[in-house]
Ligand binder design. Structure first.
Ligand code: 3H9
Length: 768
């Protein structure tokens, strides 16, 4: 236990003795003061000390780092909630702590760890955002700190729990040793923000884990579990007991070995010769092409890793810095950082406060075992929830369970799940023909056929059997939540949970708020979304909610382009080149043309009388061309499932256009993008002004996570901002002159453009 071995230790002992707290403010030793003031053992009833604390915090940031001494080991703890990001002051605090620990002859080793739930989640992304928008003091530079740690004459052990991400892992790699708890995860996710590791990660990681691993981690941004990090040589040990205690033990042990203690920068064994480096680079480029199409940061990361092998450490670091600076001021970085904060903003909904504490959800009841129902059941079981899957048909239930098993089997075959985990997940899904257990369930999700009468009767029937406060949700994509809520005595507990297919894979969940939906119900839905690893976005209850409503102008304009002379292949290629995950006609074929056909008929009210109606899609459906499921839609699908163009479709388009006397043109890719996406953006502005979305950035989150909009363009509303709203309005106005009232500019969009504002400033002004 604690031994008073040094002045630091003395200060620490004072901080543990409330009766001597006042002495802490009387010491003339700044080190002791810093410790005392940083300690958390301050009694709130000692006004002098609290006053001093406040003064100290104002003039010095060192309270972000706290040092405790234990049996000759300095335990340096970063305390910068919520995720111990390397904000201003943290690096300085650490540097100071290392300097003091090194100078103190009574200390043998240093352990660095994070307070709360995590080690360090990286550089402060708020600061990076400032940098991306050319504000603030410039790029954070922790080179001096990392050098001090690595050159420290005493062993420095990094003790990792939670996550060590980005700058957090870079900090850890400068230590002489790394230990982690089994649940810890590490990674260099900078590419997800449009940047590369900027604190020497591209130089140290290949030295520890080899070039291939560094390429994989820096290009994909994917995290490694502690066990994989151990295997890769990034961490040295997994500690199964209490992290602090065991890390201190580990530090004492390595200090007894006498050193020298390894400096990562000096390890070159794993840095390969140029020839195999070429292989690793090719793999990296291929990974970037597949997973990060059109993005610059992954390729810059590769360049930096190449520099690690080709140059001495310091020069490699300088090259990394140059590449980092190129990325951080790019449009892509701005867009991706926008996406990061937009995703976090969706959980902060007007009317929701910390007081709205949701009760935890442990048991979910899904009604309807069709494609959606079984996907929702899997999403729940994957998250560790117990789920009942109810259907009135034995055959439907059997088919669902076979499909679910097949899906898990395929995950086992691909090495994504162990058989034991798959079995555990399978066991969490209870298929049943009756409603047994529904009276104690927390959330019911209705996923029966999309038919209003059927859904009404389900809601009426269930209402009386559920416990008070149970959430009754519908997975409808088109029907009114208010209409369903009216069937019950619990309208405050009724909402929409609009999952996207496949429901266990797609990240987006639209949470549809009815007129009577309570804040409590929304809070539960948001918590459930997080538990399911989904991004839940609260939207208003209007036709098509938000996502599908914006799809209508997008789909319609794409079809009008065909009638005016473009081909499905040309439109899809232009949209893919823009960055969309798939072309719109491929998407329609995948979703099933009959689905949109049915929705079109249900939502006739959506298009004003006299509006131009697309000519081709209905005809394709009448011909039985429902898309991939029938082997034919906009495209024809062969055995391999790949689309190829179909002359019959081209002929149909030609015939219908001639009959309607539609003038024919040639289109550039840019014209195609503007005709389709500006319709979507204009509709997005309407959704915003009508209050169906709380923020423009919510629409961005919906489109990036549910509709394949490229994250590196930030989402449709952010993209409009980056084009410039004035230009967007001019183009839409020209479309209105050419095509009529369906292109009328949204009043909000016009107003923002005319006042020199944009959607980002709209959100800032109206933000929650
Ligand atoms: C980097 O390190 C560059 C370096 O190479 C060197 C540069 C020189 N900064 O996600 P959550 C906030 S780039 C600031 O809801 P979870 C977040 O906004 C960085 N804030 O929790 C939220 O705030 P609020 C590389 C951050 O448990 C709160 O923390 N690192 C940061 O679901 C909770 O977040 C990354 O890319 C940050 N770095 O997930 C890691 N991180 O409550 C990014 C989080 O006000 N972060 N916040 O909305 C993550 O992946 C997840 O947040 C994490 C926790 C897994 C850590």
């Amino acid at each position: 236990m604690y031994q008073p071995e040094s002045k630091w230790a003395l200060a620490h002992s004072l901080s543990r003795s409330p009766s001597r707290l006042v002495e802490r403010s009387e010491t003339d030793d700044p080190a002791a003061d810093a410790l005392c003031e940083n300690g958390r053992h301050v009694r709130p009833d000692v006004p002098g000390v609290n006053r001093m604390l406040a003064q100290f915090r104002n003039m010095n940031n060192r309270h972000l780092v706290v040092t405790e001494i234990e049996t000759g080991v300095a335990v340096v703890r970063i305390e910068n909630p919520p995720v111990n990001a390397l904000s201003d002051g943290v690096a300085e605090g650490l540097e100071e702590a290392i300097r003091r620990a090194e100078a103190d002859r009574a200390l043998r080793a240093i352990v660095i760890m994070g307070a709360g739930t995590t080690f360090v989640a990286g550089a402060d992304i708020k600061q990076l955002e400032d940098l991306a928008w050319s504000r603030g003091p410039g790029a954070p530079n922790i080179h001096g700190l990392l050098e001090k740690i690595e050159n420290c004459t005493k062993p420095v052990v990094m003790a990792i729990h939670g996550t060590a991400l980005g700058g957090g892992l870079e900090l850890a790699m400068a230590g002489h040793y790394r230990v982690a708890v089994r649940s810890a995860r590490i990674g260099q996710p900078e590419v997800n923000l449009g940047i590369i590791p900027g604190a020497e990660g591209t130089q140290r990681l290949p030295r520890l884990a080899g070039v291939e691993k560094a390429v994989e981690m820096c290009v994909t941004g994917k995290l490694l579990a502690a066990a994989d990090a151990l295997e890769a040589g990034i961490v040295d040990a997994i500690l199964e007991g209490d992290l602090r205690t065991d890390a201190i033990g580990y530090a004492r042990q390595v200090s007894e070995s006498g050193g020298p203690h390894r400096k990562t920068r000096e390890q070159r064994a794993l840095l390969r010769q140029a020839s195999s480096m070429d292989d690793a680079m090719r793999t990296g480029v291929e990974l970037a092409r597949k997973l990060k199409r059109n993005q610059i940061a992954p390729l810059k990361a590769l360049e930096a890793i190449r520099a690690a092998a080709a140059m001495p450490f310091e020069e490699g670091c300088a090259r990394e810095r140059e590449l980092f600076n190129e990325c951080v001021t790019s449009d892509q970085c701005r867009a991706l950082i926008h996406g990061f904060f937009a995703e976090r903003a969706v959980t902060k909904f007007p009317g929701l406060s910390n007081q709205t504490l949701p009760s935890p959800v442990e048991h979910v009841f899904v009604i309807g075992a069709g494609t959606m129902g079984r996907g929702i059941a899997m999403a729940c079981s994957n998250a560790g929830l117990n789920v009942a899957l109810r259907d009135s048909s034995r055959a439907a239930l059997d088919a669902a369970m076979i499909a679910i098993r097949k899906d898990y089997d395929s995950s086992i075959q691909r090495g994504r799940l162990t058989p034991a985990v798959a079995a555990e997940r399978m066991n969490k899904i209870r298929p049943q023909l009756d409603y047994q257990g529904i009276e104690t369930t927390d959330v019911v999700i209705e996923a029966v056929f999309e038919d209003l009468e059927l859904k009404r009767s389900v809601f009426r029937e269930l209402d009386g059997t559920l416990k008070p406060g149970c959430i009754l949700a519908s997975n409808t994509s088109t029907l009114s939540i208010d209409e369903l809520a009216r069937q019950t005595e619990r309208p405050d507990c009724v909402l929409g949970l609009h999952f996207f297919t496949p429901a266990h894979v797609m990240r987006l969940l639209e949470i549809v708020r009815g007129q009577a939906t309570s804040s409590r119900a929304l809070a539960i839905a948001l918590t459930l979304a997080k538990r399911l690893s989904k991004v839940g976005v609260v939207v208003g209850n209007g036709p098509g909610f938000v996502g599908n409503r914006l799809m209508f102008p997008y789909m319609y304009e794409a079809q009008f382009l065909l009638e005016e002379g473009a081909t499905p292949e040309q439109v899809d290629r232009a949209l893919r080149e823009f960055g969309m995950a798939m072309g719109i006609f491929q998407v329609e074929d995948m979703a099933g043309l009959d689905v949109a056909w049915r929705v079109r008929r249900q939502l006739r009210q959506f298009s004003a009388p006299g509006d131009r109606k697309p000519l081709v899609a209905d005809k394709l459906c009448e011909m039985g061309r429902f898309g991939q499921k029938s082997g034919k839609g906009w495209y024809t699908y062969g055995e391999d499932g790949k689309p190829s163009s179909d002359p019959q479709v081209q002929e149909l388009i030609g015939t219908l256009s001639r009959e309607a006397a539609i003038p024919q043109h040639e289109f550039t890719d840019n014209q195609i993008v503007e005709r389709t996406l500006y319709g979507l953006i204009n509709e997005g502005a309407r959704v915003l002004e009508e209050g169906f979305a709380a923020r423009a950035s919510d629409i961005d989150v919906i489109y990036v996570n549910g509709y394949g909009f490229p994250g590196w363009r930030g989402g449709p509303m952010f993209y409009a901002d980056s084009v410039g709203l004035k230009r967007v309005v001019e183009t839409i106005t020209s479309f209105e002159h050419e095509f009529g009232t369906r292109w009328r500019v949204s009043p909000l969009l016009r107003q923002l453009a005319e006042s020199g504002k944009n959607f980002r400033s709209f959100d800032q002004e109206h933000g929650t």
